[in-house]
Ligand binder design. Structure first.
Ligand code: CDP
Ligand code: MG
Length: 631
């Protein structure tokens, strides 16, 4: 088997033996003429399946294939390279395979193989893309091609290409600071700047200095990529020309008061009046998307057999993988022969903007909003905000309509991305103001039942316990205004954490529920994880975040019956004022115990908190001395 495997020559010497042969042999009349060598899959030694060849034909029509040779030459000559190409041009699926074909990933002693990594900002993309690539390479997912996302590592000793979230690569860097298991790192979707990508950029710059053999490819769908060029010392930039069909763009005459309702109406209109072709609707979050899916299915159902059937599929990041795959299914066939054609309607968050490509979309409905992760470097917290999308996003979204044939994009806003702003404030307010006061009262009462005076984290824990005691019952959740899905996923995360702890032989220990220290220990444990997200109550009556001294207020949703001197917080919410949300009372003494390196007063800005901490340190010193004297 070994001799049949593709010959590997030193880094980039041979550009691409396998595919060159296939191209040639196709010219000679297909499979029969192919050399014995290239009909064997070099990664697992098995003969290629017919499906491999079928997919290969399709892959070759992707725009990036036009530039394969050029790409490999530029990469050979440079340590870092930036590649820009429209969504759907084949960056994510093809470039890692080009790299694998050309780079010698064996270690000098030939004992093991190094890997090619391709990072994705989203878990969904990492999973679905790696599955697709495993199929394209005719190997089993988890073996030669794998993925790694938080709590789930689907890769193994044979893995040569791994898709992983930016966060996972960062985590790996903690134990493998030079990322020595990788030969080439591909940072995909670099325009989607998250906290993890930003940190990765800095880290990789350092690693590249120390690892001359490592290569970095930065890929992006938008031209903002030019900015990265400056960052990586003028690395060469390659542009893949797009292959888009024309997209007609329609705007509404007046700003829409309710974009959700407008989006649903537009779907129904397209389904009634427009020629065949699938529809992609952009909305902002899970709840809104599920709501829209139900309403669309119902409205189309009410129209009877005047119109064709619809398959309405949601897409958002917390959807289970099997459900996510549904977006790739084809539209339903007509109910009767010669009846009106069926249509697929995908209702998605901005995942479908650049991370995932769905073929067959002809109509795009863009209300102009998205939930965006806004990273505030001053307080080191990411928050999600519903905000109007940028021009670049609007362009990306409309582009999704022209992938396979000329398309249409319906923008539910006026041409003037000023009008938008007023709509956005309206929608933000609607989210915050409860529609019905009576329901609000009942919800408040339910909340009070679980409330814990020491903080919101403990309140959440009470909710979780009650949920388990009520056998995870869905109607119990409904009656108590609790999001069943959120609790189910919390339970999931808990189980995953237990498994991880078991894998690392970490002891699971909890304080007895009847012990006085039960809640105290939980609060200390929370602090050990969140010591960087602490605020101190100043004499002026407001809170200041520790070290960065931002004035913040407790979010009105908190359960506390007092204003604690010190709190940890989960979220920093930017609205009319700066709020901290999900807060729990902690003790200043614990700070000095749990994270003395962080609460090192030498590099602490002058503020009340510093003076309080100084006192706490002095007390701690005194305590120690006293106990020594006693002994
Ligand atoms: O990364 P980029 O947006 O440039 O493109 P890609 O994700 O590599 O997608 C290229 C093509 O691969 C798409 O047009 C789809 O036809 C196909 N693809 C697929 O069939 N299934 C997937 N999960 C991902 C991509
Ligand atoms: Mg991509």
């Amino acid at each position: 088997m070994g001799t049949e495997r593709k010959r590997k020559v030193s880094l980039f010497d041979v550009v691409d033996e396998t595919s060159a042969k296939i191209v040639k042999s196709n010219g000679l009349g297909g499979l029969a003429a192919m050399s014995a060598n290239s009909s064997i899959n070099q990664w697992n030694g098995r003969p290629y399946s017919q499906r491999y060849y079928d997919i290969l034909e399709k892959r070759k029509t992707l725009p990036v294939w036009q530039q394969k040779e050029e790409f490999l030459q530029v990469l050979k000559a440079n340590q870092t390279l930036i590649l820009v190409g429209e969504t759907g041009s084949g960056k994510t699926t093809q470039i890692p395979q080009f790299v694998l074909d050309a780079v010698d990933i064996e270690t000098p002693d030939k004992r093991r193989k190094m890997m090619v990594a391709c990072t994705q900002p989203r878990r969904v993309a990492a999973m679905s893309v790696s599955r697709r690539v495993a199929e394209e390479m005719d190997v089993t997912i988890g073996e030669e091609v794998g993925y790694s996302i938080r709590f789930e590592d689907c890769s193994g000793a044979r893995t040569v290409l791994k898709y992983l979230t930016d966060g996972m690569l960062l985590r790996e860097a903690m134990t493998d600071p030079l990322l020595e298991r990788y030969k080439v790192i591909i940072l995909d979707e670099a325009h989607e700047r998250t906290l993890a990508t930003d940190v990765l950029f800095g880290l990789l710059k350092e690693v590249l200095k120390n690892r001359p053999d490592l290569k970095l490819v930065v890929m992006s769908a938008t031209l903002e990529a030019e900015k990265f060029q400056g960052y990586f010392y003028g690395a060469p930039l390659m542009k893949v020309p797009g292959r888009l069909h024309p997209v007609e763009i329609f705007y509404t005459q007046e700003p829409e008061r309710d974009y959700l309702e407008a989006a649903i109406r537009t779907v129904v209109q397209i389904h009634m009046c427009e020629p065949p072709g699938d529809i992609l609707v952009f909305l902002t979050g899970e709840e809104e998307i599920e709501d829209a899916c139900r309403k669309i299915t119902k409205e189309v159902g009410n129209m009877g057999d005047q119109v064709g059937p619809v398959k309405v599929v949601p897409l958002y990041s917390t959807l289970p993988p099997a459900m996510q795959q549904k977006i790739f299914e084809t539209a339903p066939p007509p109910v009767e022969e010669n009846g009106p054609p069926g249509r697929k309607v995908v209702v998605s968050t901005n995942i479908a903007e650049t991370s995932l490509t769905i073929d067959g979309i002809v109509y795009v409905i863009d209300p102009g909003f998205s939930k965006q992760k806004v990273y505030n470097p001053r307080v080191r917290v990411e928050s999600l905000l519903v905000s109007p999308i940028s021009k670049a996003s609007a362009h990306q979204r409309s582009g999704r309509a022209g992938r396979t044939q000329p398309g249409k994009c319906f923008r539910l806003y006026t041409e003037k991305i000023a009008a938008m702003l007023s709509v956005s404030q309206y929608s933000l307010m609607k989210q915050m103001v409860s529609p019905c006061l009576e329901a609000q009262k009942a919800a408040d009462e339910a909340k009070a039942r679980f409330g814990h005076i020491d903080g919101d984290h403990l309140t959440l824990l009470n909710v979780y316990h009650a949920y388990k005691q009520n056998n995870e019952d869905q109607s119990w959740c409904y009656e108590n205004f609790i999001n069943h899905r959120a609790l189910k996923s919390a339970d999931n995360v808990r189980q995953q954490l237990v498994r991880i702890m078991a894998r690392f032989n970490l002891k699971l220990c909890s304080t007895d529920f009847n012990s006085r220290d039960y809640y105290v220990n939980i609060r200390k444990a929370m602090l050990a994880g969140y010591f960087m997200q602490v605020a101190h109550l100043e004499r002026t009556g407001h809170y200041l975040t520790v070290k960065d001294n931002q004035v913040v207020h407790l979010h009105p949703s908190n359960c506390l019956d007092h204003k604690p001197e010190w709190v940890i917080y989960n979220e920093y919410v930017l609205t009319s004022r700066n709020f901290i949300r999900t807060v729990t009372d902690i003790r200043g003494e614990w700070l000095v115990d749990v994270a003395p390196h962080y609460y090192d007063l030498d590099n602490f800005p002058q503020c009340e908190a510093k003076r309080v901490l100084e006192k706490l340190y002095r007390n701690k010193g005194k305590d120690r001395e006293e106990s020594r004297n006693r002994r």
